[in-house]
Design a protein around this ligand. Sequence first.
Ligand SMILES: NC(=O)c1ccc[n+]([C@@H]2O[C@H](COP(=O)([O-])OP(=O)(O)OC[C@H]3O[C@@H](n4cnc5c(N)ncnc54)[C@H](O)[C@@H]3O)[C@@H](O)[C@H]2O)c1
Length: 389
Amino acid sequence: MPLRLGIVGLGAVAQLVYEPILARRRDVFEIVGVAELSRAVRDAVGGRLGVDRAGRHASVEELLAGGGLDAVLVLSSGSHGAVVDAVTAEGIPVLVEKPLAWTHAELDRLASRSGLIQVGYMKRFDPAYRRVAELLDGGGSAIRAVEVTVLHPSDARQIAFRGGTLATATDVAPERTAAGHAHSELLRAGALGGAAATLGWVYSDVLLGSLIHDLAVLRPLVGDPRDIGWARLWPEDWHPERLSVGFDADLAGAAQLSLRWHYLPEYPSYTETVRVHTETASYALTFPAPYLLHAPTRLRVTSAREGYTEVTESTSHLEAFEAQLADFHRGVANGLAPAIGLDEARADLRTCQRLAAALAATLGLRIGGEAAGTSDVAEPVGATGSPRQ
Ligand SMILES: NC(=O)c1ccc[n+]([C@@H]2O[C@H](COP(=O)([O-])OP(=O)(O)OC[C@H]3O[C@@H](n4cnc5c(N)ncnc54)[C@H](O)[C@@H]3O)[C@@H](O)[C@H]2O)c1
């Protein structure tokens, strides 16, 4: 039986990723309602998804009042804390795009509903990633280094690279947009205190908005970053359109992590590589741009054999977003615990606040808010080697 699904937020990721998948997967999800601030977008996208006018709402509250939902997909922008709070208060399970929330205060409100919340880190469902997890699990050789590099073009560039056009939210009432911005500023200040004036958008858009994917990818492989030894923003006149962010940190054992994230508006396509070097082999994953459905993730393994070097390359075309949706369906239909839940969201939030605190220290800024209470040693989270199958 298909689950009766509601969707909150119908912007870029909804239109470019979820809409085509859900259009093919009517066997598992029947979309009965949407909530989207923009009337033009909810009519255009809601119509394409087969939702009748009565099912197209301007807010999550209206969507919930309509009733008849088995599950909700949260794809709105900003922190998702309030939307997830409203949905789970009704006892309805959610799959929520990353990040779940921007503050621990929001997560605290959700603490008693962890069984209802699955966090969207789709790369964890990627077969090439799972293969690396298996190889490292069975490898026995110590990990020496992990290197993550993200080359991030502008959103417009990413959408152009994929092709097609988007219905855009240009008709939202200015007061609603202003209230949304004010709420976001409050959350950033709650997280970082006065340092939010300088680093707030780096925290919400870069750390929680993008690098969080890599924290989630690394956790089952090598755990969370421990002491942060180096943190930097560059070039000297960095600003939202011209920015690189880098961190070096200790990992468990004798391993070192290097995280590098570069905003390159005109770079041709989103590129993300994760390389793990053990004492006997290297494992290099190159993830595709998220909007290119079914684009391959490449895995290159280099290892020593007696007298020669072996290099193997494999690609996985299975769409990680689709595998994630199938897992969500299976979990809700069978009452299983979410594959990736609140504990991991909290661990990632904690790490992002520690990274922001390290950047503040580099800049000579006083960190406040929740981040002021973060110690520089991560508490390990109880993630297992591989997600639920
Ligand atoms: N997993 C990935 O690789 C990936 C890729 C892109 C985006 N995302 C995530 O998806 C989410 C959405 O990103 P996007 O790029 O589509 O954003 P977007 O700005 O293009 O779209 C967001 C839409 O949500 C609507 N909206 C905002 N608040 C709302 C609310 N309270 N109720 C109803 N509608 C609301 C907006 O009007 C807008 O149309 C973000 O959390 C982002 O981090 C994930």
